[in-house]
Write a protein that binds this ligand. Sequence first.
Ligand code: PLP
Length: 380
Amino acid sequence: MAEIEEFLKIREREGLLRTLKPVSWRDKGRIRVNKKEYIDFSSNDYLGLSGHPKLAEEAKKAMEKFGTAACASRLMSGDLELHHRLEERIARFKNKEAALFFNSGYQANVGIISSLYGKGDCIFLDRLSHASIIDGVLLSGAKFFRFKHNNLEDLDSLLKKERGRFNKALIITETIFSMDGDRPPLRELVRLKERHNCEIFVDEAHATGIFGKNGGGVVEEEGLEEKIDFIMGTFSKALAGFGAYLATSKKAVEYLVNTCRSFIYSTALPPVIIACNLVSLDLVEKEPYRRDELLEQARYFRDGLKAEGFEVRGQSQIIPVIIGDNAKTLDTAKRLQEKGYWVLPIRPPTVPEGESRLRFSLTFHHSKEILGKLIDDIRI
Ligand SMILES: Cc1ncc(COP(=O)(O)O)c(C=O)c1O
């Protein structure tokens, strides 16, 4: 207990103590916290689908038909026809042979990576990989090497030096990085994987529903479906649902059903969620204007901030404004919160030391009018 108290004291002194802040209401990009209303710049409801009436309708129908819970894991009696419809739909959406649904993005990454790779293998992952990827790699027991963010030369030299000593080799990247909002040189990464006899795994958590002609993601936009062995993504962000998917080969799906512990040893998600995920995929297809407008708004916001002299990163709806110093980042976030913007400071260990930032996560509901006013308010 003394150790816990000491840890909390240090975190508080350094301005790094995290606390929970309960939200009492949410609608169209706005939230209420502590009885105060804010424009929410921290949600992943990128397409603004979370309040869509079609989702509410479908949720009601699924609840009436199946009740509240799946009542068992997939390998017991929790395997619903709905899961199979969803998986077939995902495979088509991602243009792959097969797909497997997971209970969350975290469970997917931890389970998939640690099932497919192990002792005697090696994994090369981007330095900015999400915690769920890192945990999957650690759990796998494979030897791993972290290459500099989006740096092909660094990866190539690591591959030249290390690849030969191992059996299988995997390269992992995200297609939109969660903290920097940028994308990797995917085509070149595929070339490296081919040259060095590796497999490649991509996490499309923040790209699904946003990029590509059909909203399939960055892999679709770049036409690389055939070349990418494992395409993972989530329903918890732009698709305003929950759970995650892996789109891959039939054999890999069959293997994971038999070996992946986070898939096997967890109760299947409530049917309502699965039914809503199916509707979200329809909405992504039928309402492309949502992603077009979102990306246009993001461009407007990023360009406006750059014109004001801010250091802004990324090429997506995630817009980090690098402040650097922890205390200054906290102060700016506090000032914006007082003005009614729910924007959160992101600090180490989530991002590297010296790169504390405000992370603006844009949604379809953030009009140019709102964003223009926000640019004025950040400047002051
Ligand atoms: C890149 C990335 N992968 C995976 C996850 C985990 O997804 P989920 O929230 O569905 O567990 C996240 C969530 O923040 C993420 O940003």
